[in-house]
Design a protein around this ligand. Sequence first.
Ligand SMILES: C[S@@+](CC[C@H](N)C(=O)[O-])C[C@H]1O[C@@H](n2cnc3c(N)ncnc32)[C@H](O)[C@@H]1O
Length: 246
Amino acid sequence: MADDYRDLAADYDWLFDDEVLTGGFAINQPAVAGLLQQVGPGRAVLDAACGTGVDAAALARRGFHVRAADGSDAMVQAAAARFRREGLAISVQQCLWADLPDTIDERFDVVLCTGNALVHAAGRDAMVQALTGLRRMACAGGHVVIHSRNWEKLHAERRIVQVANRVRTRGGRRCVMLYAWEVPDRLDQEHIAISCSSSRTATGSSRTSTGSRSFPLPSATCANGSSSRDCGKSAPTSARPQTNTS
Ligand SMILES: C[S@@+](CC[C@H](N)C(=O)[O-])C[C@H]1O[C@@H](n2cnc3c(N)ncnc32)[C@H](O)[C@@H]1O
C-alpha cells in the first residue's frame, strides 16, 4: 500500500489540542467511552488504526492492555516513538486491516478503527476485506468500534476550509494548522483532503508540511450512492489551503 501518511506523520500531532495528546481523542467520544467503561480496565484493546498512538497511549495509561497497528509505516514509527518517550510497553506494528488475523494471534475485547480511518479502504471489496479483518480480531463477545463521518451531512453543509483559531506552541515551535477539502458534487466523485501545518521557531527556522489524500467513497457506504473519505478531526473544506507562517 502506498503510504499516504508518509509526509504527514511527523506533523500529524499538530492536529490535536494539547489535552487530546495526553487524554486521547476517539476514546473520549461518548459511545466509545461508555463501551470502554463497560468492559473495564485490564481488558485487551487493539487500536487497529493507531496513527501516531495518541489513543493507544491514553488507554494504556488508563490500565487497558493495549496493542497497536497501522497500515502506514511512518505512522507506526511515530507511534513507537511516542510509546518510548512516554515509557509505555505497547507493541506496535505495521499491518493492514485485512492482514491482521493472519499476522496477530491474540484476540481482543475491543478492536478500534477510529479517526474516520476506514474510509481509506477504497472500494467495496477493500472495505469488506477490511471489516472482515477487523471483525476477526475480536474475541467471542468482543466489540469492534468503527468511527465514520456522516458523509451526507458533510456534503449538505459543504464546509470547505478550516483554519485553526489559534497558534499552537510546542517545543519552541509555533504552528498553525489548515485543513481543506475539495468536496465534489457527488459522493462517488473523488474527494481531496489536504492538511497543512506551517510552523516556525523563535529563531525563524520554518517548516511547512502538507499531506493530501484523495478518495472516492465506495457507493455501498453511502445512502445516496455517493462516496468519500477523510483524515482528520474536524470539519472539512473545499479550497486548497493557503500557507500561513506566523
Ligand atoms: C485519519 S488517520 C486516524 C489515526 C488515529 N486513529 C487518529 O484518530 O488519529 C487514519 C489511519 O488509518 C491508517 N490506515 C489507512 N488504511 C489502512 C489500512 N488498510 N490498514 C490499516 N491502517 C490503515 C492510516 O495509516 C492512518 O494512520
